[in-house]
Ligand binder design. Sequence first.
Ligand code: ADE
Length: 233
Amino acid sequence: MKIAIMGAMPEEIEPLIEKLENVTTTIYAKNKYYEGTYNGQEVVVAYSKIGKVFAALTATILIEKFGCEQLLFSGVAGAISDDLKIGDLIIADGLCQHDLDITAFGHPHGYVPEGEVCIASDSYLRQIAKRVAQRKSISLKEGVIATGDQFVADPERKAWIGKTFNADALEMEGASVAVVCDAFNVPFFILRAISDSADMDANFDFDAFLESSAKTSADFILSMVEEITASNG
Ligand code: ADE
């Protein structure tokens, strides 16, 4: 079984690629895919570029071209919940698109016909994450992550997203990956380490903490791959 590990930005996958063995690279549809092994487990790692469209393209290619049967996403997010501080980890139990809006036709925010407002991530992979967190005494928050093609640096927008979707964190790719994986019936997991609080300081904090938070997330994902390998016997 091949596991896809994706991020949106180079900083989000560099700490993963450093740890791979037997690496081969393929350029496909203007992205670079790294095939290799970690702890004996076959993985394919890629970053998509920022935003929902690029993320959907990369997730689709990881599944359809590279044959990945599980997908783990690693990266950073802006905090909505006051519980979340820079460097903290959150796993998505559900993902929604905060910028998807056909409310003019009477539909709720985040909904289009034949879609869902919130897509649930795989519960087995979430269990694996909780086991890793417990073993390493890492605190892990679980909650809704809201996705949109927008860097949020505005307390009002952040509060609206939090209230409308009951979301704890926000970012720019997770829900599009969820849509793709759900359509292909591929179990997926979205992990984010907080880089900023989506407020007036968000762009400064993002620049300052991207690298360290991305590494926190990537290191946790590698521990999950070890746990998955161990539980597959
Ligand atoms: N990813 C990390 N911080 C973010 C923010 N404030 N808005 C959107 N995506 C983010």
